[in-house]
Structure formats: structure tokens, C-alpha cells
Design a protein around this ligand. Structure first.
Ligand code: GLP
Length: 242
């Protein structure tokens, strides 16, 4: 594991963008595994700027997102598809047809999840998987449980996660109770993993995940076993590390 300390969330975004830039330059048709939440926003802003400045080009890039709320359509302002359009895709040259996000409105959830795995495999797998981290150690929406889920599946959301995400909705009642997420196995299959954690409220889970025992009760801890994982933390998120 490579641990990089940044001074601020903005610097974390720049350092993450350097890693993305290198991958896109090496392989202009690479597959990016993308994430939502507030953590990736500085990175996405930086990527938009870098394409405008002619440093990178997204025309051939493909992407697969980690997760989506169950029951929300892609044009619902709180859906993760909408988030990606607003915060990245609408501002870069990526072809919308080359971006996939689980379908929150799928009638047959199991078939949609199996198809999502197949789509990722058909793309040739993920070159770099971007991750944030939940306060309980969840990655994507893989919540603490008694095993590491292997593939894309439906999950019930923990109350702590719904509480954390309610800031984007009018009230807690409106936060979906379930979601679709890539499995921990899907994430571990990515050739490279880049996790960003910023803010003091992430300090404890960063310590537990990367310097504690590997166990499914702390889903992100499995990343300790990934052969190519980079963790970028800002000063606040690193504050409990020695
Ligand atoms: C959500 C997402 C995760 C994300 C997490 C942390 O639950 N499903 O992918 O990592 O929130 O979000 P934030 O970056 O806003 O702290």
C-alpha cells in the first residue's frame, strides 16, 4: 500500500489527478472506475480543468461507476448518474455511451447486477478504481457485514450511511433504504485502486481500515491485500496515524 499525505482536500485532488492523468495518457481508451460523494469533487474539478488545458483527453475513455441508489432514475437530482453528469461527464469529452452506472430502476435487480458485471468484463476490466470511504468503512455501498460480497449486488443501507447522506435530500425519509453496488470482489479485481479520504471525521476509519485487522466488519480493510493500492489522505484524515 502506498500512503500519500496531502495538506488539503484540494491538494489531494491534484495528486489524484496526476495518477489519473498518467493512466489516461498511457491508455487513452482506459476504463475508469468512478465514485460519488463529496470526496472526489476536487479531483473531478481538476480533471475538467486538465482537459480544458489540453493535458488529457477523455474522448475514448470508458467508465464504470461503483453504485447507485435503488429506486432513483438517472434524472433524479440525488441519483449517482445525475451526480456524475453534473460533476464530471457534462464537462468533459467522454462519450455518454461509454459510461455505465447501475440502473436504479431495474425491474429485475439480479439480472441487472449480473449484466453490470458482464459489462465491466466486456470492457476488459477496470484500470483504476477510485474510492471514497464511509464512516463505517464502507466502499461503494459495501456495508460492514460478516463476509466480503464478491460481485455487484443489492444492499440495504445502514442507518449511519443514510444519516450521512441525508444532507443531499430534503429529509431522512427521502434517502433510499437500498442501493446497488459493485462487490468488494469487483473492486479488488481492478488493476489499480485509489482511495481518497479527507476531513477529520474520516481519521478514525482510515486508521482502522489501513492499520487494523482485515475483516468484513471494516470493508475497506480488504484493500490492504490489493497489490496496487494508493491511499491519499489530507492532514485531517491522517491526524490519528503515527
Ligand atoms: C456514499 C457513497 C460512497 C462514498 C461515501 C463517502 O455512501 N456510496 O461511495 O465513498 O458515501 O462519501 P463522502 O465522500 O461524501 O464522505
Amino acid at each position: 500500500m502506498k500512503l500519500i499525505k496531502a495538506a488539503t482536500p484540494a491538494e489531494a485532488g491534484k495528486l489524484a489527478a496526476d495518477i489519473f492523468e498518467e493512466i489516461i495518457r498511457k491508455n487513452p481508451a482506459c476504463v475508469l472506475g468512478l465514485a460519488t460523494g463529496s470526496t472526489p469533487l476536487p479531483l473531478y474539478r481538476e480533471l475538467i480543468e486538465r482537459e480544458k488545458a489540453g493535458k488529457i483527453n477523455f474522448a475514448q475513455v470508458r467508465s464504470a461507476n461503483l453504485d447507485e441508489y435503488k429506486g432513483l432514475s438517472g434524472d433524479h437530482p440525488q441519483s449517482y448518474r445525475y451526480f456524475m453528469q453534473e460533476n464530471l461527464f457534462n464537462h468533459i469529452s467522454i462519450d455518454p455511451a461509454n459510461t455505465i452506472v447501475p440502473d436504479g430502476l431495474a425491474e429485475d435487480a439480479e439480472a441487472m447486477c449480473a449484466d453490470y458485471e458482464k459489462k465491466i468484463a466486456d470492457m476488459g476490466g477496470v484500470d483504476i478504481q477510485l474510492l471514497g470511504i464511509g464512516h463505517d468503512g464502507h466502499i461503494g455501498f459495501n456495508e460492514p457485514c460478516d463476509h466480503f460480497p464478491a460481485v455487484t449486488h443489492e444492499v440495504e443501507l445502514e442507518e449511519i450511511t443514510r444519516e450521512a447522506n441525508k444532507r443531499f435530500f430534503a429529509s431522512l425519509d427521502e434517502v433510499p433504504t437500498a442501493a446497488y453496488t459493485m462487490g468488494v470482489g469487483t473492486v479488488m479485481a481492478a488493476r489499480k485502486v485509489l482511495l481518497i479520504a479527507t476531513g477529520k471525521d474520516k481519521a478514525e476509519i482510515v486508521k482502522k481500515s489501513f492499520f487494523g485487522p482485515v475483516k468484513p466488519e471494516v470493508p475497506a480493510s480488504i484493500l490492504q491485500f490489493h497489490p496496487d493500492v494508493t491511499v491519499i489522505v489530507d492532514e485531517a484524515a491522517a491526524s490519528l496515524l503515527d
